[in-house]
Ligand binder design. Structure first.
Ligand SMILES: [Fe+2]
Ligand SMILES: [Fe+2]
Length: 470
């Protein structure tokens, strides 16, 4: 088991001291990162003591240490999962050959682009969420927000390490650029659209951690299959952190549903206006938020038909999530039927891998939906939450800009535009959700629109003072 060296300036389990040049380069980047954290990270809470977990080793059992930390003192570092002895390439045309410990020259720019694109999302989400602390529904939630934020900061470190260690000068320049682009910036936005959408309320935060962090899970899973072994090991450890982010989303939405159902029962009505008047999020509004964030996240998988995805797979750079569960790992013979606005097309499987990933992602998204719908069913109400069709509101791929409703039916452009405010949050819906966002920071107290969690963090009670504000 590789333990993490915390005695050094940059905690790591990659024996950083043995490479002075790399160590110096990263120590040079470190103050730039801290400067970014102070100016673009959570606003105003830098002096608070936050009950955070920090990795102490990378094995599945005991990697987390919990304790009160001021966020700027969080020990961001470089942690890779342990190497698998004799690991070979698990898919593509070079299947069975030894995994690469260095970047092959012919794949250098593609691998760099994959790493930069992944790396860009990590600080972007911190920027998107930077004002949320001011309207936290409880100290428990505030702590979870900050936990997610510091870990996204660490994910940036993970990608920057790869850029510095394996991509020379270009890599160092890309590492600087990762701090120079900012979410929503008119001149230098983040690379992917979803990461430029503002997250200005906690319902959006829960949806983001449910849908968009889950896209992160799928991207990391496919990169964890990569023939480039350092990338694989980095992503494998990141996945253990990512699980908590999706937990925050799933339980967050579950608690909103729970509170809404309590109000509906008290009032004996499903009437959205009366639910709202009682200070809870009505279920149709929640459905709109799900539609918005799910459709936005579906674009992150890219075009249905993609020559990039074919090349990345064939070359061993990016596999399918859980590649070992499939039988055929080369895919030169297979095709897939894809539905496009022009009708069904048979596409070489290699070119349809974005769609394969999107489908397994949507299946994973269903799990929470089932749980929330069971809550609604048990409360005796007929309403059911659903996922939108993967053809709805797409900006990328075969369905981009097509007037399709959340059930996947093609409409006229006019009808679509008229009905869109019924499907995604309108200005009025957003204003209503914003009106609920009141900061609650008494230990154990919750905002009126969300139920308390079932349990606290690390076996502590829900009333624990997870953030000491001073
Ligand atoms: Fe992340
Ligand atoms: Fe995440």
């Amino acid at each position: 088991m590789s333990s993490i060296n915390y005695a050094e300036k940059i905690p790591n389990n990659v024996n950083l001291v043995s490479d002075r040049t790399l160590q110096r380069a990263l120590e040079h980047w470190q103050p730039h990162f801290l400067e970014w954290w102070k100016t673009m990270g959570p606003s105003d809470f830098q002096a608070a003591d936050v009950y955070l977990r920090t990795a102490i080793s990378v094995d599945a059992q005991g990697w987390a240490h919990y304790g009160a930390v001021k966020m700027p003192d969080y020990r961001w570092g470089i942690f890779l999962a342990d190497p698998l002895p004799g690991r070979t390439i698990g898919f593509g045309d070079q299947m069975g050959e030894p995994a690469w410990q260095q970047v092959p020259g012919e794949y250098r720019s593609t691998l760099r682009r994959l790493i930069v694109t992944q790396g860009d999302t990590e600080p972007a989400s911190v920027e998107q969420q930077r004002l949320l602390g001011h309207t936290c529904p409880s100290l428990y939630d505030l702590r979870n927000l900050f936990q997610v934020n510091v870990e996204e900061g660490r994910h940036l470190w993970a990608m920057v390490y790869l850029l510095h260690a394996y991509f020379g000068r270009d890599g160092r320049e890309e590492a600087e650029e990762l701090l120079a682009r900012h979410s929503g910036d008119a001149d230098k936005p983040r690379i992917l659209t979803t990461f430029n959408e503002p997250i200005s309320d906690w319902l959006s935060f829960y949806c983001f951690t449910y849908f968009t962090d889950r896209d992160g899970k799928y991207q990391l899973k496919s990169l964890a299959e990569s023939a480039f072994d350092p990338l694989s090991r980095t992503c494998r450890f990141m996945l253990t952190e990512e699980a908590h982010h999706m937990f925050v989303g799933e339980t967050g939405i579950g608690r909103v549903v729970k509170r809404t159902l309590e109000v509906m029962k008290e009032l004996g009505t499903e009437d959205p206006a009366r639910v709202r008047a009682a200070g809870a999020v009505d279920l149709p509004t929640l459905q709109k938020y799900l539609n918005f964030w799910c459709s936005s996240s579906l674009d992150l998988f890219g075009s249905e038909i993609s020559s990039n995805s074919a090349a990345n797979f064939a070359h061993g750079l990016k596999g399918r999530p859980d590649e070992s569960q499939y039988e055929d790992h080369v895919l030169r013979e297979k095709t897939m039927a894809l539905l496009t606005p022009e009708g069904e097309q048979q596409v070489p499987m290699l070119n349809a891998l974005n769609e394969v990933m999107r489908e397994s992602y949507l299946k994973d998204c269903e799990i929470g939906l089932k749980r929330w719908n069971r809550q609604i069913e048990r409360a005796g109400f007929p309403f059911r939450l659903t996922l939108p069709s993967s053809r709805f509101r797409r900006s990328i791929g075969a369905w981009a800009g097509q007037p399709v409703d959340p059930q996947g039916t093609m409409l006229s452009k006019k009808e679509y535009e008229k009905r869109l405010p019924d499907w995604i949050p309108s200005e009025a819906d957003r204003a209503f959700v914003h009106s609920l966002q009141q900061k609650v920071v008494a230990p154990g107290k919750m905002a009126a629109w969300i139920a308390p969690p079932e349990r606290g963090i690390n076996n502590l009670p829900v009333e624990y003072e997870y953030v000491k504000l001073h």
